[in-house]
Design a protein around this ligand. Structure first.
Ligand code: DGT
Ligand code: CA
Ligand code: CA
Ligand code: ZN
Length: 586
């Protein structure tokens, strides 16, 4: 059993929460959170530290925790943790998933109102008992009810990175199977939706039993829900369900269109087919009226299927019934941006703030990805919890970046680090740095990281005020949402888009699978207004740079082409676009 430091850190965090629930002394609790944090920033594999008995050398990891981590890493289990967990009702752990509810409050609810599940909490809130509890009040009670509602809405969906990793492995193993002919992902994952309900896979085969058998015995499968020769449903490791359909080779293009969806898109295609006198289902075209003379066209590919319906091929990301059929009919679908169009990116963090890799490590990882430039945007001073930089530390970082850019290594690679900041937008819309400081940078990402609960009008005015600053090149993660975890704050997006257009402020697609913000549904409007997009990984590690691929998916869903996205500009054109606002004024 192998454990990453992050898994181990997670267990230690949970122990800390459980100890807090028990009302243990704060020093003991802090020992666990400190140790979790220390393990989180390890630069070598935890197994190695354990094997060489070097855990104790890490600051913040004492003897008791060394023993526990050793047990966990060597046996894959930790009896202390399991006993601790067993001393609480199972339902209590789900309470930790509610926004705004920590161990202290859960303990109070448990001890004073007997709450040991989300259902219990909902009941005592509805009865008005929570409002009467010391330290809670009416407002908290209302918030908790909202948190329960949000939690339910999210249950059973998954962030795209979780599904992508599973899909990659399953597709690769299925593809290698002898009985598998054509194969594809389908459903919302193929459409690159921001979150995924279940993963849909489609295979063509003349020996479906063998394929299904292989699938349900795959090591990633934890539980078989349905098993048949042509349709199997399973639950995978990490939680998502996966549907596999196996169809005959000649059915494949029909099944692929059908199971890619969306349902609304399918309904349009079906009614379009009927206009031709054909009935369309997941297997074939057939004459709509029995015994009619109408012949159906032969179809070998998805492209041919769309063509038969008088449509250009519609990329899966656009199949959401948002005007794609009319555009395909008129031959005006956009030529969507692709991974290979990306020349660089902005908005990454380093160890200077809350990142886990240094400047040079991030730069080399970007070079390995084939990028020509990488924008650094560490947090500014008000984000103290993220170790934000003050003006002095920022100046040091800028100097370091300028020096690195002069090195042979960078010059030979044709690569440049671009010096910036992810500058907090303060509560009143002012920026966390003075204009003189901002003027020393190549570009500025401005983001909201505090006071999320203000009203929509105030929040919108706050963000607009920031955009009116000529130093603000782009707006970071517009709504602050964390998918399946934190709702967006209230902001008038069309108003922000309007001002982005009039001030020449770029808007980010934050490509982190937790954010994917600004949402794809707004990009057609932004594009129409002439707003440019930056696809930014918001990477905190070298691996985080690969999240760019999710940003590409969202940009495609937003109908964007390479000319809408500033990352597609070559290195030589970057300064011009980044300094356009400063030059021309706002
Ligand atoms: P998800 O899984 O909730 O993220 O979303 P999808 O789109 O993957 O939905 P899913 O897995 O229920 O079904 C996959 C596709 O199958 C869906 O996109 C369209 C097609 N489909 C499923 N049910 C229906 C239906 O009742 N009518 C039509 N026309 N298509 C359907
Ligand atoms: Ca699905
Ligand atoms: Ca499905
Ligand atoms: Zn941020």
């Amino acid at each position: 059993m192998s454990h990453s430091a992050a898994d181990v850190g997670e267990v230690l965090e949970q122990i800390a929460q459980l100890l807090e629930l028990k009302g243990e002394n704060p020093f003991k609790i802090r020992a666990y959170t400190n140790a979790a944090r220390a393990l989180d920033s390890l630069s070598e594999p935890i197994e190695k530290l354990v094997a060489e008995e070097r855990l104790g050398n890490i600051e913040g990891v004492g003897k008791a925790i060394t023993e526990k981590v050793t047990e966990l890493v060597t046996t894959g289990r930790l009896s202390y943790y399991e006993e601790l967990k067993a001393s609480f009702p199972e339902g209590i752990f789900e309470l930790f998933e509610l926004q705004g509810l920590g161990a202290k409050k859960i303990k109070a609810l448990h001890d004073q109102l007997g709450v040991s599940s989300v259902e219990d909490l909902e009941r005592v809130c509805a009865e008005g008992k929570v409002a009467e509890l010391a330290g809670f009040g009416e407002k908290t009670q209302t918030k908790l009810l909202k948190a329960i509602e949000d939690h339910r809405k999210h249950a059973g969906r998954f962030r795209i990175n979780v599904v992508a990793d599973l899909a990659e492995e399953l597709l690769e193993d299925l593809r290698a199977h002898e009985a598998v002919g054509q194969i594809s992902e389908a459903g919302s994952f193929r459409r690159r939706k921001e979150t995924i309900g279940d993963l849909d896979l489609l295979v063509s085969s003349t020996r479906p039993e063998e394929v299904s058998e292989f699938f349900i015995h795959h090591p990633l499968v934890e539980e078989v829900i349905v098993h048949g020769p042509t349709k199997s449903s399973v639950r995978l490791k990490d939680g998502p369900q996966c549907d596999l359909r196996v169809v005959k080779p000649e059915e494949f293009p029909f099944a692929l269109v059908y199971f890619t969806g969306s349902k609304e898109h399918n309904i349009r295609l079906r009614s379009r087919s009927l206009d031709h006198g054909w009935s369309l289902n997941e297997y074939r075209f057939s004459p709509a009226k029995e015994g009619s003379e109408i012949t159906v066209p032969p179809i070998h590919t998805e492209r041919e299927l769309y063509k038969a319906l008088g449509l250009d091929f519609i990329p899966p990301e656009l199949r959401e019934d948002r005007g794609e059929i009319a555009a395909a009919e008129a031959g005006v679908l956009p030529n969507l941006i692709e991974w290979s169009n990306l020349r660089g990116t902005f908005h990454c963090h380093t160890t200077a703030s809350d990142g886990k890799n240094s400047l040079i490590e991030m730069a080399r990882a970007a070079i390995d990805l084939g990028l020509e430039y990488l924008g650094i945007a560490d947090h500014s001073k008000s984000s103290f919890q993220a170790h934000g930089l003050d003006a002095e530390r920022l100046a040091e970082q800028v100097a370091e970046i300028r020096d690195l850019n002069q090195t042979k290594e960078f010059q030979q690679a044709g690569f440049r680090l671009v010096a910036g900041t992810e500058c907090d937008i303060l509560k009143n819309g002012e920026l966390d740095f003075d204009d003189e400081v901002l003027a020393t940078l190549d570009y500025v990402v401005a983001s909201v990281h505090s006071s999320f609960t203000m009203g929509e009008a105030e929040m919108t005015a706050r963000i607009i005020r920031a955009m009116e600053n000529p130093h603000v090149t782009m707006l970071g993660h517009l709504t602050g949402r964390l998918l399946l975890s934190r709702e967006p704050y209230a902001v008038n997006i069309p108003a922000v888009i309007e001002v982005a257009a009039s001030t020449g402020t770029i808007i980010e697609i934050n490509a982190s699978p937790w954010r994917l913000d600004m949402d794809w549904r707004w990009w057609p409007l932004a594009k129409e207004k002439g707003v440019k997009c930056a696809i930014n990984p918001d990477a905190h590690t070298i691996h985080g740079l690969q999240d760019l691929i999710y940003g590409i998916g969202i940009a495609r869903k937003g109908w964007l082409t390479k000319s809408d996205v500033v990352n597609c500009l070559p290195l030589g054109k970057i300064d011009e676009i980044l300094s356009a606002k400063k030059k021309h004024g706002v």
